[in-house]
Design a protein around this ligand. Sequence first.
Ligand SMILES: CC(C)(COP(=O)(O)OP(=O)(O)OC[C@H]1O[C@@H](n2cnc3c(N)ncnc32)[C@H](O)[C@@H]1OP(=O)(O)O)[C@@H](O)C(=O)NCCC(=O)NCCS
Length: 142
Amino acid sequence: MYRIREIDGDNEEIAETLSELHRMTFLQAASIPHFDEGHWWLASCESEPVAFAGVVPSAFISNAGYFSRVGVLRAHWGNRLQLRLMRAMEARVRRNGWCSIVSDTTENLSSANNFIRAGYRLFEPERRWAWSNSLYWRKAIG
Ligand SMILES: CC(C)(COP(=O)(O)OP(=O)(O)OC[C@H]1O[C@@H](n2cnc3c(N)ncnc32)[C@H](O)[C@@H]1OP(=O)(O)O)[C@@H](O)C(=O)NCCC(=O)NCCS
């Protein structure tokens, strides 16, 4: 039912699709990322984009990918799209030769539960880059 593919964030039309999905899923809660940096995925349902995710090199942890965004349109929640996007992202991180993936969640039980499902562990970074109440997640990539 869903198709997940890595896409080229450099492409203007794709960047516009990602921006639109970002606006619809994050509302005003986070700034629109630079889609020309890192790696990005789209999940489509009957060729309509319904979810996206991205990973960029971590600015704080060496040789790690920072799982920077994931968003699923509300009508498609509950289909484990975050988890599926995370699996695609993990394969890319492995191919890049990065040693780990790090990320954070803030008051977001659904997302935190998906980190647990995907085998992430909580950790305390040397420098907390997010909010005072954020949780930090890490998974080693062998
Ligand atoms: C977090 C997010 C990506 C998870 O999407 P998802 O892949 O569909 O998540 P899941 O399939 O694991 O479903 C999550 C929960 O939503 C529940 N759910 C399903 N349909 C729902 C609906 N229509 N309304 C409310 N909740 C619903 C499910 O029961 C599930 O609960 P569970 O974790 O106890 O099983 C999505 O909620 C989202 O895009 N949120 C806004 C952006 C965001 O917060 N991004 C993450 C930042 S860290």
